[in-house]
Design a protein around this ligand. Structure first.
Ligand code: PGA
Length: 255
């Protein structure tokens, strides 16, 4: 894992966004795995700024990690709505090239299998953007998710429901289920780019980077990924034992 500790979330977003913009510059048909939540917003801002300055996103294809199950794409809190508002409508991307699981899918297993097949047919995800849950989830792979899991219907933890209640009028409105790429699906991306900000992520970050690989902290599976890059702010990095080494290594990279 390459770990970068940044002063602020904005700085991390800038650096991570630069990676994505550079990938799109060298391959206009880059396949991106995308995430929702507060975390990727600074990164999305970088993409939007680059696109406004002329970077062409028209051929980029995207696959989102997850979607709440049981709500329609038009629901104000759906992840489809979130992505359209916060990113897609601000890029010159073709909406037909953006994929998000359908929260109203009737035949869930067929829908999930088709989602996996579409990722494969695209040539696979080049860069997968990830946040981390305060319980260590990536996508909606909650603790106890198999590290070999594929896209499927999952049950959210009480912790995640309470973390996400801030977006809903009341906690009772937060869906209890979601469709999520699996940990195994995520691990097949050519590069994983995880961003973690804020003190409430410090414990999960410590487990993900310095704990043993375990289904109790699904983000720890990234330790097995050959190209996982992690951007943290100071607060999220607070509990890391090797903080000084990560800083040292970041500034002394082998050529
Ligand atoms: P957040 O969510 O960015 O809103 O903190 C991250 C996640 O749950 O993966």
């Amino acid at each position: 894992m390459e770990v970068f500790i940044c002063r602020t979330a904005e700085e991390a977003g800038r650096l991570a966004g630069e990676r994505i913009n550079n990938a799109v510059r060298s391959n206009p048909k880059t396949v991106l795995g995308l995430a929702t939540g507060t975390t990727p917003l600074s990164l999305y801002k970088e993409m939007i700024t680059a696109c406004r300055a002329g970077l062409d996103y028209s051929q980029v294809r995207t696959f989102n990690l997850d979607e709440y199950y049981g709500i329609s794409p038009d629901h104000p809190q759906s992840y489809r709505k979130f992505m359209n508002t916060n990113l897609f409508t601000q890029l010159n991307i073709d909406l037909a090239n953006t994929h998000i699981p359908d929260g109203l899918a009737r035949d869930v297993s067929a829908h999930c299998a088709a989602y996996e097949a579409a990722i494969k047919a695209s040539g696979g995800i080049d860069i997968q953007v990830l946040g981390i849950g305060s319980d260590g989830h990536i996508g909606f792979n909650e603790p106890s998710s198999s590290l070999a899991s594929r896209t499927r219907l999952v049950t959210l933890t009480v912790q995640t429901i309470s973390d996400n209640a801030r977006f809903f009028a009341s906690p009772d409105e937060v869906p209890h289920y979601a469709l999520s790429m699996g940990v195994g699906t995520i691990l097949e991306a050519k590069q994983c780019l995880m961003l973690c900000f804020g003190a409430n992520k410090a414990k999960a970050v410590k487990g993900a980077i310095e704990g043993g690989i375990s289904q109790f902290n699904p983000a720890s599976a990234l330790q097995m990924h050959p190209n996982a890059v992690i951007y943290l702010d100071e607060a999220a990095a607070a509990d890391l034992q090797l903080k000084d080494y990560y800083r040292w290594a970041a500034f002394n990279q082998p050529l």
